[in-house]
Design a protein around this ligand. Structure first.
Ligand code: FAD
Ligand code: NAG
Ligand code: NAG
Ligand code: NAG
Ligand code: NAG
Length: 701
């Protein structure tokens, strides 16, 4: 019989955070792969040029897409500043898919930012883990490799939010255009015959790309218990989706994985976009370089502030270094990194900036708002059938093969409201209770004192309630078999109404941002999760899965009333690792941060290109939409902005030509250590932070 310790360790296909303390990093440098390392792209801080056309902040998933595509034009110079290392010291942990369960980089500095939330009052008052990749490739180097796509109505909801009065902007981000981009990022390889005969997945090759840089395929091996997944879902009224990738993902499926089928290694933004490049003198990548802030010129261009330089350093207390920006600064720091850097640069809500003693450069109340995340929890059962975990722990020759170690828990399902609430009538009642409470939700749940932000939350609540919620997946269900002797069926909340914020309490990048997703503040979210737990129990009772499962270990059958399940959930949920929204693409008068061209309002040459810009959540993991966003961003940057006004619902702003937006000859600080601005802004000491704690408490009220 399994000890609880083992079990906690294993409930983790999604809740990888449980693995975080499992294995320290010790990887011999002899594993260093010289063939994958194109030295001329990588430079030390001292070897940098004084200026670049494009300075990319964050070499993560989106940042490396921009780096590769923008430097395709040899006349453009591009710099990537990445806070983490290049990853060459830990190739197995990154490249071998099963490492994500058994030898993960999560929770391990310097490869993870190891952030936690502020205490979450509606989730057991816990400081909840928020891992984020801190290495070239960003979170795509450390994540679970699922490749799934949002639903059409979700993408169209985003498009409708950004451009109520601007058809061109709306079309940029509508489903048909986004679907094209989603296909173009990938090279799809169909499942091997054995794999398909075990899992029984359905797919339509016409929904997939064949020339993209990211490899999308199914693992080389399917653990036999995987064959129980789709028929058991069907027994519980969840039909198998014929094609989950073309805009309707409702139903059971096996997700594609981001793996290269030629050697069953992780396909992530570094391997897909950077390792494949020839050395190019116009692309420089500096690792272990943490961006502290964007510096603005003194003069305005068409009323907008102009980024003239980017400041970075190689560690707390080290000299502040600087590079000048010829054209654009591109923020690709991810869901927390990009709002963090904007706030540190003086772009954000005045109360937050004042509180952190950061000089306001551009008052923009939406920065850091709309933080949304998927939550997950697992119902666990004993099992005496072989799982991935049993085979792994056998230590057999097979368990060490590349084929076996390519296995990812890919059995999933997206479940809509009518299935979750057992019928259209009860779901309609539930949905109308949410819709009729939009005003009071906006009045009581928005963590901002600024009216445009409140209006934006209201617009998003309304949009989710009227478009995504009625038909899309409210819950993702995942079949997790990576532990020995147990199976966990996990549920992930896909359309949270709880939305919080990320903010700062210090002017130093080396102090973590305050992350407050406000989990479970909206009562709909815990209700949906409770229904999902009930549905999982029903699935577990279906043949053939029921024959593979023993007793319910977690939460245990004693937890059965609505109230008991909800209480259990408050203590058990964790992130599904999909935060987004902190730099939302919304109209400025709705508290938006970027317009439809991804340009930050009030700044002439700064864009945000990463998972922080999605204004709604998707019934999907965030890799594919972030890759597609980054590819579309390249087109916008190179071909000119798509639309004059971007997202402002009052479209009278003037068009700024792409190549000229950033040009600035004045105000740029010199390249070199310790620029004036860096010194003037100063660094924070711990005692300074202590001084601020009472203020922080006030902010939280
Ligand atoms: C544990 C985990 C599991 C996941 N599983 C999946 C999955 O199975 N499928 C899926 O689709 N998605 C998954 N995701 C989500 C997905 O990986 C992310 O949504 C995606 O990588 C976001 O891309 P991004 O470019 O926005 O940010 P990231 O990929 O996180 O990149 C941001 C980069 O910016 C750098 N950075 C931040 N701040 C600074 C600074 N101040 N200076 C310099 N550099 C900075 C970071 O170090 C990082 O490299 C998972 C995420 C995690 C953490
Ligand atoms: C999306 O935009 C394209 C033009 O770029 C247009 O042809 C198409 O009809 C739009 N689709 C929808 C659903 O609006
Ligand atoms: C909801 O899901 C069920 C089961 O997957 C499906 O039969 C039904 O058509 C879906 N309803 C809507 C409105 O999409
Ligand atoms: C996997 O194979 C590809 C060729 O398809 C190669 O470029 C890549 O370097 C290999 N990855 C590893 C980690 O060996
Ligand atoms: C748009 O601007 C015009 C004049 O500049 C103003 O009259 C109008 O009220 C504005 N509309 C909105 C929706 O803000």
């Amino acid at each position: 019989m399994l000890s609880l310790g083992t079990l906690v360790f294993c409930i983790s296909s999604v809740s990888l955070s449980h693995l975080v303390h499992a294995t320290p990093v010790h990887e011999p440098h002899s594993h260093f792969n010289r063939h994958a390392f194109h030295k001329r792209n990588y430079v030390t801080p001292d070897q940098r040029s004084s200026s670049y056309d494009y300075v990319i902040v964050g070499g993560g998933l989106a940042g490396l897409v921009l780096a590769a595509r923008l430097s395709d034009d040899s006349s453009k110079t591009v710099l990537v500043l990445e806070a983490g290392p290049n990853g060459d010291a830990v190739p197995t942990k990154i490249n071998v898919p099963s490492s994500t369960y058994y030898d993960s980089l999560l929770g391990v500095a310097p490869y993870d930012w190891v952030y936690t939330t502020v205490p979450q009052p509606n989730a057991g008052n816990r400081n909840m883990a928020q891992p984020r990749g801190k290495v070239l490739g960003g979170s795509s180097a450390v994540n679970g490799m699922y490749l799934v796509r949002p639903a059409q109505v979700e993408v169209d909801a985003w498009s409708s939010l950004i451009a109520p009065n601007d058809k061109t902007a709306a079309e940029t981000w509508n489903w048909s255009n986004f679907f094209t981009a989603l296909k173009n990022i990938e090279t799809f390889t169909p499942p091997l015959p054995d794999v398909q005969s075990v899992a029984g997945m359905k797919y339509d090759a016409a929904s997939h790309g064949t020339t993209g840089k990211v490899h999308a395929t199914y693992p080389a091996y399917m653990v036999p218990i995987s064959s129980t997944w789709l028929p058991s879902l069907e027994g519980a009224g969840i039909a198998t989706s014929p094609d989950s990738y073309s805009g309707n993902n409702i139903g059971g499926m096996f997700a594609l994985s981001a793996e290269n089928p030629s050697n069953w290694t992780r396909s992530y933004s570094k391997s897909a976009y950077i390792d494949t490049l020839p050395p190019r003198p116009n692309l420089h990548i500096i690792t272990d370089a943490t961006v502290e802030r964007i510096v603005f010129a003194d003069n305005l261009v068409a009323g907008d502030r102009v980024a003239s330089a980017v400041e970075f350093s190689t560690g707390p207390g080290t000299p502040v270094l600087s590079v000048n920006v010829n054209k654009e600064a591109l923020l690709c720091g991810g869901a927390y990194g990009s709002p963090h850097v904007l706030l540190l640069s003086g772009v954000g809500p005045k109360d937050v900036l004042d509180g952190a003693k950061v000089t306001v450069q551009n008052e923009l109340p939406g920065v850091g708002q709309h933080l949304s995340d998927h939550l997950s929890a697992g119902v666990a059962f004993t099992s005496n059938v072989d799982t991935q975990g049993t085979i792994k722990s056998s230590g057999s020759v097979f368990s060490q093969s590349a084929e076996f170690n390519s296995f990812i828990n890919s059995g999933i399902a997206y479940v809509n409201g009518s299935r979750l609430f057992d019928g259209d009538a009860s779901f309609s009642t539930f949905l109308s209770s949410i819709s009729s409470a939009v005003d009071s939700s906006a009045a009581s749940l928005v963590p901002s004192q600024y009216d445009p932000v409140v209006q934006g939350y209201k617009a998003v609540y309304q949009t989710i309630a009227s478009s995504s919620y009625p038909t899309t997946g409210l819950i993702e269900i995942l079949f997790s078999i990576n532990s020995a002797g147990a199976v966990s069926i996990q549920v992930g909340l896909q359309q949270p109404f709880s939305r919080g914020r990320v903010y700062i309490t210090s002017p130093s990048v080396y102090d973590a941002p305050a992350i407050d997703p406000q989990y479970f503040t909206h009562p709909a979210d815990v209700t949906v999760m409770r229904q999902a737990v009930r549905l999982v129990r029903l699935i577990a009772q279906q043949s053939p899965l029921k024959d593979a499962l023993g007793e319910e270990l977690k939460p245990g059958t004693a937890v059965s009333s609505d109230e008991d399940i909800e209480n259990w959930l408050r203590g058990a949920v964790g992130t599904e690792y999909h935060p987004s929204g902190g730099c939302s693409m919304l109209p400025k008068d709705k508290g938006g941060v970027v317009d439809a061209n991804l340009k930050v309002y009030g700044l002439s040459n700064v864009r945000v290109v990463d998972s922080s810009v999605f204004p709604v959540t998707f019934s999907a993991h965030l890799m594919t939409p972030t890759y597609a966003l980054a590819e579309k961003a390249v087109d916008i940057i190179l071909n000119g902005n798509t639309t004059p006004s971007g997202g402002s619902s009052n479209s009278s702003t003037s068009t700024t030509g792409n190549d000229k937006t950033g040009s600035t000859s004045s105000g740029a600080s010199d390249s070199g250590t310790s620029s004036k601005t860096g010194a003037a802004m100063g660094r924070v000491s711990a005692s300074w932070l202590a001084l601020f704690v009472p203020f922080l408490a006030a902010l939280l009220m």
